[in-house]
Structures are given as C-alpha cells and as structure tokens.
Design a protein around this ligand. Structure first.
Ligand SMILES: C[S@@+](CC[C@H](N)C(=O)[O-])C[C@H]1O[C@@H](n2cnc3c(N)ncnc32)[C@H](O)[C@@H]1O
Length: 217
C-alpha cells in the first residue's frame, strides 16, 4: 500500500468526524448520531457512496440547521471529505466508513430525514443488477431508517441506471416521484443545491447529461 494511503488511514483514526471500525462509536452510534456525534440535534441527511464527500460537505456548508453523514467503503476518499470539513470548522458533517450492505448496523428506524445517492457505479452487467444502489434490496434497507416523508435523491450520468430505477419504481411502492434526464436544462436546478462531485465533473467534461431522480418510499 502507498505511503499516502497509509497516512490518510492514520489520519482517519484520529479524526473525530470519521466513524470506522476500531473506534468506540462504530459499535454504539446506531440511533445516537445526534447525541454522540453531532453538537446539535438536527435532521440527518445520509450520502450513499460519498467518495470525496463533496455533497456531504457542500450541503453541510449550506445548511447549518441539518446534520450530514457521508458513507463510503474507501477510507482514502473519506479522508478528503473529513479533512475539508475540519478545515472549514464544520461540526454538522461526519463520515462513516462501511459497506452499504451493512448500513442497518448504523441507523435505526426513522433516524434519517433524507438520502442522497451520488453517481454510484451503475453496475451495467446484468449479473450485477443486485449491486445497483436503487435495486429493491437496497431500497428495502433505506426504508428501514429513512423517515416516511424523506426524499431519496439520485444523481447519475447513467441513463441505464435511471431507466432501471424508474422500472423498479413501477413495482416498488413510492410517492412524489420526479425526474429529469438532463438536470442542467430542467426545472430541478434548485434541488441539487449547485453541488458537483468529482465524478460529475468528469462526466460533464465528457459531454454527458446528468440525470436526477427524487422520490419517497
Ligand atoms: C463512482 S464513485 C462516486 C463517488 C462520489 N459520490 C462522486 O460522485 O464523486 C462510487 C463510490 O461508491 C463507493 N461504493 C461503491 N460500492 C459501495 C458499497 N457497497 N458500500 C460502500 N461504498 C461503496 C465507492 O467506494 C466509490 O467511492
């Protein structure tokens, strides 16, 4: 493993805003984010597959009256969001290093007010369908900790993942579905809060359109 990665992992171990295996909060945080992690008891937004954490940090900057948690399996990426949040003195954002498959170990019923899924790997091979983060097996997980009135937002460059998600929602009980295949020529510009992630910038530079879906389950 590269020296840089090791340094980042070591920094994560010391960072108050990173929850990961080996730390006490990793085992006790479920149901207690607002008590044990955040200074203020506020509505919680979770970003799924946050990468460098642009959404979690960007939203935390804009909404000091809410708390934000970026989740990702990759520690070196979480390090970037964690570092930026510390540099900006943001106490309303934290990062959880975990696999999404185990997310119920960290959130209890109705603990979360909103979910963002930002540019997930579309898992285009048919054999990988169950890995798509809007597959019913994941929606079933989100449903167990997302408040009934909470939106799930998906931003993706992948028309295939968008179409797949819309197909799933034909069968999966949901409310208030709205979507666009071209965010930047749509009426949804206010919904995405003007934040662009690393992957979004790459896709935009390639001339791709950005798809955006929101719905409640
Ligand atoms: C394509 S990147 C997008 C990152 C970021 N949201 C962005 O837009 O720049 C997908 C991210 O999801 C994470 N990821 C993929 N599958 C995951 C899983 N099962 N559990 C946790 N994180 C996962 C990856 O580590 C990666 O950082």
């Amino acid at each position: 493993m590269g020296k840089n990665k090791l340094k980042r992992f070591a920094a994560n171990e010391q960072s108050f805003n990173v929850i990961q295996e080996g730390k006490e909060l990793y085992k006790t945080i479920k149901g207690q984010w607002n008590k044990l992690q955040f200074a203020d008891n506020q509505p919680i937004t979770v970003e799924i597959g946050c990468g460098n954490g642009e959404y979690s940090v960007g939203l935390a900057k804009q909404f000091s009256n809410k708390n934000f948690i970026g989740t990702d399996i990759k520690g070196a990426r979480i390090f970037k969001g964690s570092t930026e949040a510390k540099e900006l003195n943001l106490t309303n954002v934290a990062f959880l290093r975990c696999r999404i498959e185990y997310i119920l170990e960290f959130f209890q019923k109705d603990e979360v007010d909103e979910i963002w899924i930002t540019f997930p790997d579309p898992q285009l091979k048919e054999s990988r369908e169950k890995q798509r983060l809007t597959h019913p097996r994941f929606l079933d997980l989100y449903k167990q900790f997302l408040k009934k009135d909470g939106f799930i937002h998906l931003k993706t460059d992948s028309r295939e993942l968008t179409d797949f998600t819309l197909e799933i929602l034909k069968e999966y009980p949901h409310r208030e579905l709205a979507y666009t295949f071209d965010l930047y020529s749509s009426d949804f510009l206010n919904d995405h809060q003007g934040i662009q992630t690393k992957y979004e910038r790459i896709f935009l530079a390639e001339g791709k359109k950005i798809n955006y879906i929101k719905f409640k389950i």
